[in-house]
Design a protein around this ligand. Structure first.
Ligand code: 13P
Length: 304
């Protein structure tokens, strides 16, 4: 797209955003041009908080399906739009409600902590949700109770190690993060020996054990911003580079591998944002019986 047409498209989006009293929320993994037009860019927790608190009538959720669904659970009176309806999350699809019910039957009495990367139906069957930035706090808040953690096994293991708790982990994973191996990290460290290694807890244990810092996307950004180090090896999706470069223009960032791209996060475009504002579709809604149960798990998380 030429610079002229892009400028025009952004102007049209801005007019529509005003006319419809809409807010555009974007995750750090979104394409750069989407992050640039968003009213707010953040990690999963920050986006859920923003969606819960906004006065806008329309929320354009530039992320993947479970994120927009969480916004629809928290703000049922608002119109929640996902510009690209096919933007799913393979990790969220790795457990369904029947499988979770079966797991609960196997471990009666255990509390279910469900990572926000999950369907509304799975949230509805859970006691409390968490994101990567509050998972430790959420698990700690449950005291001595046994915990079933779904669907991300890597994050579950990480939280178990941090909290010293016995956690029954579902073996789901994010294909983008799970693909990185310890050898990739060591190779990258050889190339950039001075760099600090910052990874997302969706990475495998053998990877996060090698890291200087493990945290959510916003945690990684904060760490890079506040660290005296000048070089960083990053173990999360490549979209984060946009914010890292903005906040730390004098620092250097290298990704552990060249394949750190989530194809679903990249399905969105400026054209799709404009189209969804124009037509107020595709709209994400959640059946009221599921929503009522799912909101309890999400609100519990927001109070923790
Ligand atoms: P954050 O909560 O760290 O933004 O992570 C979201 C996510 O889906 C990671 O794959």
């Amino acid at each position: 797209m030429s610079e002229g047409s892009k400028k025009q498209l952004i102007e049209e989006i801005n007019i529509l955003r005003q006319q419809k009293n809409a807010i555009i929320l974007a995750h750090y993994y979104q394409p750069d041009e989407i992050q640039d037009i968003a009213d707010f860019v953040g990690d999963s927790l920050q986006l859920a908080q923003k969606a819960a608190g906004t006065k806008a009538d329309v929320i354009v959720f530039c992320g993947v399906h479970f994120m927009a669904e969480s916004a629809a659970i928290l703000s049922p009176e608002k119109i929640v739009l996902l510009p690209e309806p096919e933007a799913g999350c393979p990790l969220a699809d790795m457990i369904n409600v029947e499988e979770l019910r079966e797991e609960k039957r196997k471990y009666p009495g255990a509390k279910v902590v469900c990572y926000v990367n999950s369907s509304a139906a799975v949230k509805a069957e859970s006691d409390i949700c968490c994101t990567s930035s509050n998972a430790e706090r959420v698990v700690t808040s449950l005291g001595d109770q046994d915990i079933i953690f779904v669907p991300d096994g890597n994050l579950g293991k990480y939280v178990a190690a941090k909290t010293n708790k016995k956690i029954i982990c579902w073996q789901g994973f994010c294909p983008t993060h799970h693909r990185i191996s310890k050898e990739d990290v060591l190779q990258s460290k050889k190339l950039h020996p001075e760099a600090k290694i910052l990874v997302h807890p969706e990475c495998r244990e053998e990877v996060w054990r090698e890291a200087d810092y493990v945290g959510s996307t916003s945690g990684i950004i904060k760490y890079a911003e506040n660290s005296p180090a000048k070089q960083f090896i990053i173990g999360t999706e490549c979209g984060i580079l946009h914010e890292l470069k903005k906040r730390c223009p004098d620092k250097e960032f290298f990704f552990i591998t060249d394949h750190m791209l989530c194809p679903n996060m990249k399905k969105n475009s400026l054209e799709k944002v404009k189209a969804c504002l124009l037509t107020l579709s595709p709209r994400i809604t959640v059946p009221e019986d599921i929503r009522k149960k799912a909101i309890a798990a999400l609100e519990k998380m927001l109070t923790v």
